[in-house]
Design a protein around this ligand. Structure first.
Ligand code: NAD
Length: 356
């Protein structure tokens, strides 16, 4: 099985190196090929997603991605910024379904800013549509305003957009996922204000008819943001659009204590996927050897489960992560008194040791 390894920028290479170490220690041989992406690719090839990197991602069975983005590239035109690489991969590979589990490990309950009784045992799955919405809608741009009050001023605009088939396919993904969990889907929208959300809700209700065993509820996005901190365990599978999902999944991530713990998968209709940590390139800690590699290591577990059909190996990695946490090993982002502070490399080594 061929895996494209795209480390990217900032802490990307450090955390991906640990994930590759874990993958290689599993036993089965994987054909790993590395390529530059993001700012690192711009520096070498003048583009954040060079054709050779895209070709490798297309031919691989799965993609292991670190993170992209660096302060030194912040002044580049939008189309050349490192973040365009991830948007380009999602678009070119039609990775429309983003899975972001938010799990609060027992050993890390104290690291959450919420009370232990609210967050302890949390295990929810946010499914975010990735290919549509305001991030890709056309037209978009900057123009001169024609509004009477602001006539002649510069204004910018973006288009929120969803078609019925786009909502249908993410709806099916969410209901299928719910069938393997607690059989509850909460669809998040803003149907009281937005046309796009009214269509979204209508289609979700239609899709739900194919899943009589799964309970569908609806929630406005502003309420969902509140409920996620008030009573997060009331959710199980949350399905939402690209913009709302971007914000809510980060909020859910922080419930669990550290964004450094959370993996993610972005899948196409055949379950080929791109696997990456939920966090960004963390330029503030890059090169210091202190980044938490567990989100990336857990992303490898998701890759084995969803794209490579290797469920036993996926379980082994997840169990190994639980074991190192139980041993009290912590990178600085999840460190609390009485635990042992370890570096990025030491954490990777500990997971490898726990696997054997
Ligand atoms: P970020 O997730 O990179 O960092 C937010 C905070 O969390 C920082 O304090 C960072 O040090 C910490 N953090 C993140 N990952 C960590 C880890 N594994 N271990 C320990 N601490 C960790 O978000 P940001 O600062 O808003 O963005 C930085 C760059 O990343 C920007 O250029 C942004 O565009 C990019 N970004 C990329 C992706 C992606 O590649 N998919 C996603 C989000 C942000």
């Amino acid at each position: 099985m061929k895996i494209a390894v795209l480390p990217g920028d900032g802490i990307g290479p450090e955390i991906v190196a640990q994930a590759v170490k874990v993958l290689n220690s599993l036993g089965p041989k994987f054909d790993l090929e590395t390529a530059p992406v993001g700012g690192a690719a711009y520096d070498i090839a003048g583009h954040p997603l060079p054709p050779a990197t895209l070709a490798l991602a297309k031919e691989a069975d799965a993609i292991l991605f670190g993170a992209v983005g660096d302060w030194k590239h912040d002044t580049l035109p939008r189309e050349l910024r490192p973040e365009q690489a991830i948007l380009g991969l999602r678009k070119h590979l039609e990775l429309f379904a983003n899975f972001r589990p938010a799990i609060c490990y027992d050993q890390l309950t104290a690291a959450s800013s919420l009370k232990p009784e609210i967050v302890g045992g949390l295990d929810i799955l946010i499914i975010r549509e990735l290919n549509g919405d305001i991030y890709f809608g056309q037209p978009r741009g900057v123009r001169t305003s024609e509004l009477p009050l602001f006539k002649g001023a510069r204004e910018a605009y973006d288009m929120m957009h969803y078609s019925e088939p786009e909502v249908e396919r993410i709806g099916h993904v969410a209901f299928d996922a719910a069938r393997k969990r607690s059989k509850k889907v909460c669809s998040v929208d803003k149907a009281n204000v937005l046309e796009t959300s009214q269509l979204w809700r209508e289609v979700m209700i239609r899709v739900s008819k194919d899943y009589p065993d799964v309970e569908l509820s609806h929630m406005y996005v502003d309420n969902a943001a509140m409920q996620l901190v008030k009573e997060p365990k009331a959710f199980d599978v949350v399905v939402t659009g690209n913009l709302f999902g971007d914000i809510l999944s980060d909020e859910a991530a922080m419930l669990t204590g550290s964004i450094g713990m959370l993996p993610s998968a972005s899948l196409d209709k055949n379950n080929k996927g791109l696997y990456e940590p939920s966090h960004g390139s963390a330029p503030d800690i890059a090169g210091k050897g202190i980044a938490n590699p567990l989100a990336t290591i857990l992303s490898v577990a998701m890759m084995l489960r969803y794209s490579l059909g290797m469920l036993d190996e996926a379980h082994r990695i997840e169990a190994a992560v639980q074991k190192v946490l139980a041993q009290g090993l912590r990178t600085v982002d999840i460190y609390t008194d009485g635990t042992t502070k370890v570096s990025t490399v030491q954490m990777g080594d500990a997971v490898v040791a726990a696997l054997s």
